[in-house]
Design a protein around this ligand. Structure first.
Ligand code: ADP
Ligand code: MG
Length: 254
C-alpha cells in the first residue's frame, strides 16, 4: 500500500514488547508530513528511544505498521540518519574523516566525500575544525561534528535522541538555533527526543507527550510559531504560555 504522498512517515497502531508481559509502547499512531519537526517528550523509560529505533528500522514493532516515504523502515534505510546523545566520534579520525565516514561506507570516492564533509562542517559552523581530533573539541563541537556526519548522506529523515542533553544551556540554545537554520536550507523531516520542554517547543512543529507503562500518546501540542524562529521567541508571552501548558501535560504523566 502506498500511503498519501503528503505523509512522509506513518505509524499505525504500533506496539512494542520486549518480553511477553512488558508493554513498552502501545497503540501509537501518527502521521507526519515532509519537513515536520516532531519531538517526543515523557518520563524516563516511557519508550522514547524505542520509538525512534522503531522508526529507524533498528527494531521491529510487535504490532502495527510503519511507512517511511511509502517503504518499510528497512527499505528506507538510505533516507535515515540517527544522532545519539553521545557524539560517538572515532578518536583516531579528524573531524573531516569522522564526517566523511558514512560516505566512505557507501563507497563515495575520496575527493567527493571530502568536499561533502567540508560543506557539512561549514554548515554546522566548524569550518576551522576539519583537522582537529575529537579530543581537541568541546562537547558542543563534538555534537556539531556528529550532526554534520548524520547530514553527510543528505537524509530525508533525521532522528536525534537527546542530542544536547549533556550540554550546558547556552551551548544547547546555540545548537537549537543552528539546527533550525540547517533545517531551513534542507527541509528534512525530524524526530527529536528531549527532556527539555523549552527546547521541544522552540524547535518543533508538534510536541508529543508520552505516558509510561505502557508508553502511549498522552497529549499532542501543535506549536503555532512560524519559522524562522528567533532566539527571543523564548521570552514571548505566547511561548511562555505554551511552555506552562506543556509542562502541565508532562506533569500529568510523571
Ligand atoms: N533492547 C531492549 N530489551 C529489553 N528491554 C528494553 C530494550 N530497550 C528498551 N527496553 C525497555 O523499554 C523501556 C523503554 O526504554 P527506552 O525506550 O529506552 O525509554 P526512554 O528512552 O523513554 O527512557 C524501558 O523499560 C527499557 O528497560
Ligand atoms: Mg532514551
Amino acid at each position: 500500500m502506498i500511503p498519501n504522498s503528503g505523509d512522509c512517515v506513518i505509524l499505525e497502531g504500533i506496539a512494542k514488547r520486549f518480553t511477553k508481559d512488558d508493554h513498552v509502547l502501545e497503540n501509537i499512531s501518527l502521521k507526519v508530513s515532509k519537513g515536520e519537526f516532531i519531538t517526543f517528550i515523557g518520563p524516563s523509560g516511557c519508550g522514547k528511544s524505542t520509538l525512534l529505533r522503531l522508526i529507524a528500522g533498528l527494531l521491529k514493532p510487535s504490532e502495527g505498521i510503519i511507512h517511511i516515504n511509502g517503504k518499510t523502515p528497512e527499505l528506507a534505510d538510505s533516507d535515515l540518519a540517527f544522532v545519539f546523545q553521545d557524539a560517538n566520534l572515532l578518536p583516531w579520525r579528524k573531524s573531516i574523516a569522522n564526517v566523511a565516514l558514512p560516505l566512505l561506507l557507501r563507497g563515495v570516492p575520496k575527493l567527493e566525500r571530502e568536499a561533502k564533509a567540508r560543506m557539512m562542517l561549514s554548515l554546522v559552523g566548524l569550518n576551522n575544525a576539519e583537522n582537529k581530533y575529537p579530543w581537541q573539541l568541546s562537547g558542543g563541537m563534538k555534537m556539531r561534528v556528529s550532526i554534520a556526519r548524520a547530514l553527510s548522506i543528505s537524509p530525508k529523515i533525521l532522528l536525534l535522541d537527546e542530542p544536547f542533553g549533556a550540554l550546558d544551556e547556552i551551548s544547547r540554545d546555540h545548537l537549537n538555533e543552528d539546527l533550525l537554520k540547517i533545517r531551513e536550507k534542507d527541509l528534512f523531516t525530524t524526530f527529536f527526543v528531549t527532556h527539555s520542554v523549552a527546547e521541544a517547543l522552540f524547535l518543533s512543529t508538534r510536541v508529543i507527550v508520552l505516558s509510561r507503562n505502557p508508553g502511549r500518546i498522552h497529549t499532542t501540542i501543535d506549536v503555532p510559531f512560524s519559522y524562522p524562529r528567533k532566539p527571543d521567541l523564548r521570552e514571548s508571552p505566547e511561548f511562555l504560555s505554551l511552555l506552562a501548558q506543556t509542562t502541565r501535560a508532562l506533569r500529568a504523566v510523571l
